[in-house]
Design a protein around this ligand. Structure first.
Ligand code: GLU
Length: 409
């Protein structure tokens, strides 16, 4: 099964429970536009490097297309399609006036110099500038891209359209970005986890967590959960994992990662494998890396009693079925990691108004939106006796479907 098929499986599961016409169902599944461009740049060696870039615009019934750009060797059309569709549902789950898109460049950013990354980004925008814009399609960071990449995008886009900081979100705070955007996904994750634990009559304090992936999302999630009194007993990245039953000192780990750029070599715990981290005995497991982690076998091996999806698409449908059968609740990606796009929305609004909000306001508003969305979806899940994922998709599909019907074809 491919990623887009998996997303559509979840869509169908929820759509079946809704009163949707076949026509609307077909319209909601098919992406509006798929752009694939060749992005040739001169490498530092003088050779020409030829890369392929994608932008899939899935749906804009509720507002401009919105979603990240990923720089990773696994980026392809199918992945972009699946992630674009997830963005449509995610922005609808948290009721933002956006649609869904996703894109990226097939490359290994770790092997490119800063100059090469800049040339690649600018060339990509040169190729797609007419398909994006503040009221058309607004990119943001995702795996392998960061605030610096967004700054280049804004600057490159301005060459074609003039000053328009709202054309991209996740920019540096000193360059039209928003306070709190970088940590927003991790902050939101911690809030949603706290709410879910409260539903299970538990608190973050006294709960143990394992986090797979220690990039922007994983590391901020760890920090916020630790601040709330949670015990992070395991973390991993692409190169290895570390466990400590007494709780990992996250500030210490962050100092280590700032210098060595990986977890390996960290002295505050015992080394283990990525695989054993996923199956360790822990209360909450948070996948915060690539998609497609939990298939049937892996879902059977998991020992955690709650999964909170920080990554996009970490669970295959057969793994999801196992979690449902085993009674392990899963807080789905479209809700759990929506904090990032919520603050992207605040950044966009600030850019359009040429006004700045303080961090306290951003975090307060982010928390409010996420808590509301979480409660809505939990209540719907209980009322209809469905999983949180199905409830989230139901909520999102009815919002997008309604907008489609009201707008007309
Ligand atoms: N890439 C992030 C996501 O998957 C953020 C998207 C955005 O802010 O537009 O949700």
């Amino acid at each position: 099964m491919q990623a887009f098929e998996a997303t559509n499986y979840y869509f169908e599961q929820a759509a079946r429970l809704l009163d949707l016409t076949e026509n609307i169902r077909t319209l909601l599944v098919t992406p509006d536009r798929e752009v694939r461009v060749e992005v040739p740049i001169e490498l530092d060696s003088g050779r020409i490097g030829n890369f392929i870039g994608y932008r899939v615009q899935h749906d804009n019934s509720r507002g401009p297309y919105k979603g990240g750009l990923r720089y990773h060797p696994a980026v392809d059309q199918d992945e972009a399609r699946s992630l674009a569709s997830l963005m449509t549902w995610k922005t609808a789950v948290v009721d933002l006036p956006f649609g869904g898109a996703k894109g990226g460049i097939n490359c290994d950013p770790g092997k490119l110099s800063r100059g090469e990354l800049e040339r690649l980004t600018r060339k990509f925008i040169e190729k797609i500038h007419d398909t994006i814009g503040p009221h058309k399609d607004i990119p943001a960071p995702d795996m392998g891209t960061d605030a610096q990449v967004m700054a280049w995008i804004m600057n490159e886009y301005a060459k074609y359209a003039g000053f328009a900081p709202a054309c991209v979100t996740g920019k540096p705070v000193e360059f039209h970005g928003s306070a709190g955007r970088e940590a927003a996904t991790g902050f939101g994750l911690a809030i949603v986890t706290r709410e879910m634990l409260a539903r299970l009559q538990r608190t973050v304090a006294g709960t143990t967590f394992a986090i797979q992936g220690y990039g922007n999302v994983g590391s901020h999630t760890a920090r916020f959960l630790a601040q709330m009194g949670g015990k992070i007993v395991g973390v991993s990245d692409a190169y290895g994992a570390v466990v400590n039953r007494e709780g990992i000192d996250i500030a210490d780990l962050d100092r280590h990662v700032a210098v060595s750029h990986k977890i390996a070599g960290f002295k505050g715990g015992d080394t283990t494998t990525n695989e054993s981290l996923l199956t360790m005995a822990v209360d909450v497991l948070i996948p915060a890396a690539l998609g497609g982690i939990f298939d049937r076998e892996m879902a059977q091996a998991v020992q955690a009693s709650l999964i909170v999806e920080a990554a996009n698409g970490p669970t295959w449908p057969d793994g999801d079925e196992v979690f449902v059968t085993r009674g392990i609740p899963v807080v789905p990606d479209v809700l759990a990691n929506a904090g990032g796009v919520v603050v992207s929305y605040f950044e966009w609004v600030q850019n359009l108004q040429h006004f700045r909000w303080p961090l306290e306001q951003i975090q307060r508003e982010e928390e409010k939106r996420l808590v509301e969305a979480f409660r809505d979806i939990c209540d719907l899940a209980q009322r209809r006796s469905v999983s949180l994922r199905t409830a989230a998709f139901m909520k999102a599909i009815s919002r997008v479907g309604r907008a489609k019907v009201l707008g007309g074809i």
